[in-house]
Design a protein around this ligand. Structure first.
Ligand SMILES: [Zn+2]
Length: 610
């Protein structure tokens, strides 16, 4: 997946949130506040900061784009240089912003000061050379990941190839080899990673945060501890359902592979779930499909049969957003995006959405394949682009998602409608909508992706929070990773891990330093959005059959929320669209309720859990 959700808007998004952009060192003397700066000084500081940030944003974004779509020694150098300048400015501004902590600034300025303080995902220490050092390490880690190859059956293969093996092979020895092979690219990262952790913590402490994990947890209009407790509360809403799904899938894998490969009890072997990180399990649907599933259709096959190509997939995605009343994508989107993997050069294939000029130069970067997964990913990535364009009228520091979970949830919300048989039929991909007998197969497929993802979405940052607060030391990085993977996901590696293993590094968002809790949140928000939108549309049937395709009233209300960017606390924005002020996973369990009932019946007599 790259999958989908996780596909994140890598660097590009991190930059546009108001982050890395920067330019020359700021004018400390003129605006440097005295002991207690006045509200007027605070506002003047913010005005200047927004101007400086906007100025360099385009330069930094272009350097990143060029590196991501053509990885060479030179483009890595350029990106690192631009990134270091940006980091230096953003760090400088964050440190200055902290000096206004006691100023009685007006609410808008106060919000912008807070955003500025946490603008950097990894703040650099304020000493000469630190920002450059961090940028160099960051670029190196990302490139090791993106260019990672290993030997498999006598030839060098990429992650893309390895993912195909994980998705399609049913030979446990082959699966294990592909899984272990990909995880062999990351041990070389661990020393760099540990150094980056130290540097970022030093930078975070200079801004007044306990550590970088606390900084990350501060972006949700509540205290860091309160936020951690919120994610626990949400997981408790979902965990019983996850356990039922895990139990059912384990039974079917056991039937497929036998006790020696997948025992009937305990954790599931990570390489048997169809995905390199066991984060989405849709690829093993054929193994776990309900026995009575006669109605099933394969979106993979339908797309090929109907003559879809990558560009047509993206056009179809655009058409959905247009049906909600949103303006078409600009011409430059089509001429500047990377929609397919180019020949003859190294690129970052991990799908992402970009906003190069903080206005209209929006693009996606994908290595699109004609299959159901990328059909969904297209809708996901475009959601970022439409959000970016909707809030382009906001001041620089308010150009961002209400929180980072919102940014990931926009396209996923649209995807929930776009995957329904109702919609696929409306646009001519599916000839006949199955009756209720099709509900269990459909919901099971959705759960294999959406519900299977949730514990992974939670544990990645649980691991990083422990790494950043020092409770997990470099020597224990890998053991702590697997402890959490077993605890939350109920999975285990296919064999003993080598002493030098650094398995977190084999997941893009770790070497790329993209926070991950946003994807967990997005998996809750998208269902909340969906439930609210279906209600607005007057939908009376089960949630999983609802499509809001073509509903301009829903689109107008939705766009109102998008246009707010991050100008208001997220509960205000959530309320604007859904009428609810709290994150609530009951929309998730409501959507999947018929499947949960079915799973409980299937699991009768099994000893669930691990
Ligand atoms: Zn994304």
């Amino acid at each position: 997946m790259k999958k989908t959700t996780l596909l994140a808007a890598a660097a590009a998004l991190a930059l546009t949130g108001g982050f890395a952009i920067g330019q020359t060192p700021t004018p400390a003397p003129a605006t440097a506040p005295a002991a207690t700066p006045t509200p007027e000084e605070a506002k003047a500081f913010i005005d200047k900061a927004e101007t400086d940030l906007a100025k360099l944003s385009e330069y930094v974004n272009k350097a990143s784009w060029v590196r991501a779509t053509n990885i060479t020694e030179d483009t890595m150098w350029l990106e690192a240089k631009a990134g270091a300048e940006a980091t230096t400015l953003a760090t400088d501004l964050a440190v200055q912003a902290a000096k206004y902590d006691k100023t009685a600034a007006d609410p808008v300025t106060r919000r912008k000061l807070d955003i500025l303080k946490r603008a950097l995902v990894l703040p650099a220490p304020q000493r000469p050379g630190a920002a450059e050092q961090m940028a160099t390490i960051g670029s190196r880690l990302d490139s090791i990941y993106s260019t990672g190859k290993f030997e498999f059956k006598g030839k060098q293969i990429t992650l893309n190839d390895a993912e195909d093996v994980l998705a399609n092979s049913r030979d446990p020895a082959e699966l294990k080899a592909a899984w272990e092979g990909w995880h062999s690219i990351s041990p070389v990262m661990s020393a760099d990673y540990a150094q980056l952790v130290d540097l970022a913590n030093e930078g975070s402490r200079q801004l007044g945060y306990a550590d970088t994990g606390a900084l990350w947890r501060s972006g949700y209009d509540m205290g860091p501890d309160e936020f951690a407790a919120e994610t626990d509360r949400l997981w408790q809403q979902i965990a019983p359902f996850y356990k039922n799904l895990h139990c059912y899938v384990r039974t079917r894998l056991n039937a497929q592979y036998g006790d020696a490969v997948q025992p009937k009890t305990g954790p599931i072997r990570a390489d048997l779930l169809g995905n390199m990180w066991a984060q989405q399990w849709g690829n093993v649907y054929p193994i776990v499909a309900p026995k009575e599933d006669a109605s099933a259709y394969s979106l993979d096959k339908l797309l090929v049969e109907k003559g879809y190509d990558p560009v047509k997939m993206v056009k179809t995605g655009e058409n959905f957003y247009s049906s909600l009343g949103l303006a078409p994508l600009p011409e430059t989107f089509w001429t500047r995006s990377q929609i397919v993997r180019p020949e003859g050069r190294e690129v970052v294939c991990h799908a992402s959405a970009w906003d190069l000029d903080d206005a209209d130069d929006i693009r996606i970067k994908m290595c699109t394949k004609v299959n159901a997964e990328d059909f969904y990913t297209v809708h996901h990535e475009l959601g970022h682009n439409y959000y970016q364009r909707a809030y382009k009228g906001q001041p620089y520091l308010f150009k961002g998602g209400a929180n980072d979970g919102f940014h990931e949830a926009i396209g996923d919300f649209v995807g929930l409608s776009a995957l329904t048989p109702t919609y696929l039929n409306q646009v001519g991909i599916l000839d006949k909508v199955p009756g209720t007998e099709g509900d269990t197969p459909f919901l099971l497929k959705m759960a294999l992706d959406k519900i299977a993802f949730m514990p992974f979405g939670l544990m990645v940052d649980r691991w990083r929070w422990q790494v950043y607060d020092g409770s997990v030391k470099p020597a224990d990085y890998n053991a702590a990773w697997w402890k959490l993977r077993t605890q939350y996901q109920g999975i285990t590696p296919p064999g003993p891990r080598p002493a030098n293993a650094f398995d977190p590094g084999a997941k893009y968002h770790v070497p790329a330093n993209v926070p991950y809790t946003r994807y967990f949140l997005a998996h809750v928000y998208q269902f909340q959005f969906h439930r609210a939108a279906c209600k607005q549309a007057g939908w009376k049937g089960p949630l999983h059959r609802c499509s809001v395709y073509g509903n301009k009233a829903v689109g107008a209300k939705f766009n109102k929320m998008l246009e707010m960017g991050q100008s208001k606390p997220w509960p205000d924005e959530l309320e604007a669209f859904t009428g609810e002020r709290r994150t609530d996973a009951s929309a998730v369990t409501e959507y999947f309720a018929p499947l949960n009932k079915w799973l409980i019946a299937q699991n009768k007599g099994q000893k669930c859990g691990w």
